[in-house]
Write a protein that binds this ligand. Structure first.
Ligand SMILES: Cc1cc2nc3c(=O)[nH]c(=O)nc-3n(C[C@H](O)[C@H](O)[C@H](O)COP(=O)(O)OP(=O)(O)OC[C@H]3O[C@@H](n4cnc5c(N)ncnc54)[C@H](O)[C@@H]3O)c2cc1C
Length: 235
């Protein structure tokens, strides 16, 4: 296990599976970390499936969060972590030639990274527009990597900041609004959205209601916070 920080509040955790163990998963899926007290936390794999001897996670460090606290204060390089995978239904739907809109907010970039790197490796030919939103430029914690993808044929990368600092010449506002500005119609597209639940929900309703996106062409993972465990006392 290795940990480094990609931004002040985003940790990258690299896990290596036990020697010789390869795990099959689809780009976009997630794993669950089992905490020592039995609680579970969900995090998406940021590595593509062909890198199957471990998992790369991008973790937003939450004030007061159980796993965030454990990661910041207790876990050390070389420690063992119990994980369960794969989980989830967020993955690229093959068998379609529809152009793709991907949108991510914050660490919602993790599964999108896995999907893009998987697609680049397999030489997939569909047109992709990738929108990544965050508050400030440093919150786009792998901006150079994503800009590099934007130089590949068929992939357009659009970073969007909601609280840009002076000097930012790129797009501003909420990430799903940038998609609305760029597309009069989303009929005939597939949309893959990942990150903050409010963003995912606004994107779904606006794209379907105002841009003609068929509801079954919207795929998402909303990063809902785990239900805090409550304990009951008996008397
Ligand atoms: C499918 C899926 C994939 C995900 N992938 C990612 C990912 O790749 N990267 C990522 O960063 N996140 C991801 N998430 C979100 C992540 O799982 C949650 O944010 C998770 O809850 C964080 O765990 P934590 O233990 O650090 O914080 P938690 O302990 O879950 O706490 C979360 C927040 O709730 C507050 N809280 C905790 N207990 C209480 C309480 N009793 N009362 C009031 N408030 C409380 C905490 O202060 C904190 O701000 C994903 C979620 C889902 C569902």
């Amino acid at each position: 296990m290795r940990i480094d920080f990609l931004a002040s509040d985003v940790a990258r955790l690299k896990l290596r599976f036990p020697a010789g163990e390869k795990v099959k998963f689809k780009a976009g899926q997630y794993l669950q970390v089992l905490l020592p007290d039995g609680q579970r936390r969900s995090f998406s794999m940021a590595n593509p499936p062909h890198q199957n001897d471990g998992a790369e996670l991008h973790i937003r460090m939450l004030e007061g969060g159980a796993f965030s606290h454990w990661l910041a204060h207790d876990l050390k390089v070389g420690d063992h972590l119990r994980v369960e995978l794969p989980h989830g239904d967020f993955h690229l739907r093959e068998g379609s030639t529809a152009p793709i809109v991907m949108l991510a907010s914050g660490t919602g970039f993790a599964p999108i990274k896995s999907m893009v790197e998987d697609g680049l490796r397999r030489g997939q030919a569909r047109e992709i527009a990738l929108y990544w939103g965050a508050r400030t430029e440093k919150d786009l914690y792998l901006l150079d990597l994503a800009r590099g993808w934007g130089e590949q044929a068929g992939l357009r990368f659009v970073p969007v900041l909601s609280e840009p600092e002076a000097g930012w010449s790129g797009r501003t506002g909420f990430v799903h609004q940038a998609v609305l500005q760029d597309h009069d119609s989303l009929a005939g597209h597939q949309v893959y959205a990942c990150g903050a639940p409010a963003m995912v929900s606004a994107a779904r309703s606006d794209f379907v209601e105002t841009r003609g996106l068929p509801p079954d062409a919207f795929f998402c993972d909303a990063f809902v916070v785990a239900q805090p465990r409550t304990s009951a006392l008996t008397d």
